[in-house]
Design a protein around this ligand. Structure first.
Ligand code: LLP
Length: 431
């Protein structure tokens, strides 16, 4: 997390001291470093330079903030979207439709029509019925949809079960054995233009071998499909490359390791490659800044592990409770001492626990803490559970920072509910 470092005993985001941001916007708040995002985009691009001119389509779901999208758009990236909402966000932030791929098992007619009218680069189809619906939509709308089928390679990516997507029991893609029939069917449908093949086997992958195995399957399928007369000119190799969350764990493969593997496996494919990195680009470019509300003695008295209660909750950072994810916790102004603590949020659920028996910097009431590696799948997965307004997002650029999403006001949160007519009539109130 190069862009979140201690300077003079105070953690900075790039050149801005975090207490200054806390002062300006309060806590909890997500803080992003634009330099970190730009660096990751450059590293990924450089790692893949040997494969020609790939389309790097940022997986918008990782962090869809408009400022994040605009930063990556300026770095030349495209987008991988999974809903009409993400597609509109990507276009609005300046990502050209010609650099957008559309994934997802449940695209609606309306989403298909908007994407087809926008003339996106490619639809990644996940089933044959989806191909049929897209054909109908394209014919009715008078557009031509460039398509690929996403292949489910029946490979265990070795990641958490909830973020594995390439096993046969997962809902994603079509089975390898079904591919020839699916392509033949799509080729017979009007409005569709077969362009490519796609795969994505899971997220936070820390071993390249399942990816290599999956890509090898794609290589042989490309040859088979071409033999059957299908013009495959694009291979979308998905995202999923893991990042370091815990500095004490072995580091995951680097973009350079990944690039070398891809270059070796795809040699001779003669396609344009597409990649869909999400977490790799933004994960370590963000933190969640929080403040200690109070420290509570554990059951068993002063000797027991205390609870450090922070003002961020599971609604702001779902990953620990959803995937047992580990996020490093650093004091913004470390005092030198260390302690063992259970770090929890204010939400009324036992699962609102970020870390149990964690050895961390000694902290006291009022201190600022940073949940590291919170640039991906953090703000975007937040909810207002317990009527907690969504936290603001701040982007730092050198010595400046800007709020790129305001804290939701409690009035806006409550005001979104509407009262039905029968509850508006005061005369029917019971006394
Ligand atoms: N492409 C497709 C089709 C995907 O489904 C995903 C992620 C990506 C690309 C980007 O994967 P990445 O490079 O970020 O690993 N909420 C979970 C992660 C869910 C990922 C879903 N799909 C988490 O917090 O770990």
């Amino acid at each position: 997390m190069e862009n979140f470092e201690l300077r003079g005993g105070v953690m900075h985001a790039e050149d801005v001291p975090l207490p200054e941001i806390a002062q300006a916007v309060g806590t909890p708040a997500y803080i992003y470093s634009s330099a970190a995002m730009e660096r990751q985009a450059r590293l990924f691009r450089e790692a893949l330079a040997p494969v020609g001119d790939p389309l790097i389509a940022y997986a918008v779901k990782a962090n869809p903030n408009a400022a994040v999208l605009a930063t990556l758009a300026r770095a030349g990236l495209g987008a991988d979207v999974v809903s009409g909402g993400e597609l509109r966000r990507a276009i609005a932030a300046g990502i050209p439709a010609g650099k957008i791929v559309f994934s997802g098992v449940g695209k609606t007619r309306e989403e298909m029509q908007f994407a087809c009218d926008s003339d996106i680069f490619q639809f990644n189809l996940e089933s044959e019925p989806e191909a049929e619906m897209l054909s109908e939509v394209a014919v009715a709308a008078g557009c031509q949809a460039r398509v690929a089928f996403r292949i489910n390679p029946a490979i265990d990516a070795g990641t958490h079960a909830k973020i594995s997507t390439g096993k046969s029991e997962n809902k994603f893609g079509i089975a390898e054995a079904r591919a020839p029939a699916a392509y033949a069917r799509a080729a017979s449908l009007p409005g569709l233009e077969i362009q490519g093949i796609a795969i994505h086997i899971g997220s936070q992958l820390t071993d390249l071998s399942p990816l290599e195995l999956a890509y090898a399957k794609i290589g042989s399928l490309i040859a088979r499909l071409r033999e059957a007369g299908h013009p495959i000119s694009v291979a979308d190799l998905g995202g999923g490359l893991g990042i370091a969350y815990d500095p004490d764990q072995p580091p995951p493969p680097t973009p350079a390791d990944y690039g070398a593997m891809v270059t070796r496996v795809t040699r001779g494919w003669n396609v344009r490659l597409v990649f869909e990195p999400g977490r790799l680009l933004v994960g370590n470019a963000g933190i969640l800044l929080t403040r200690v509300l109070r420290v509570k003695e554990g059951a068993g008295g002063p000797e027991a592990t205390p609870f450090v209660i922070v003002d961020a909750g599971m609604n702001d950072l779902m990953r620990p409770t959803l995937y047992d994810a580990w996020h490093e916790l650093r004091a913004v102004e470390p005092k030198g001492g260390h302690a063992i603590a259970n770090v929890v949020g204010p939400v009324c659920e036992t699962g609102d626990t970020f870390a149990m028996a964690r050895r961390m910097s000694q902290v006291d009431e009022g201190d600022l803490l940073a949940f590291m590696t919170s640039g991906a799948y953090a703000a975007t997965m937040a909810s207002t559970y317990n009527s907690r307004p969504l936290a603001p997002e701040v982007m730092v650029n050198g010595n400046r920072f800007a709020v790129v999403r305001d804290r939701q006001s409690i009035e806006a949160l409550i005001g979104a509910d509407l009262m039905p007519p029968w509850l508006q009539d005061k005369s029917t109130e019971q006394s």
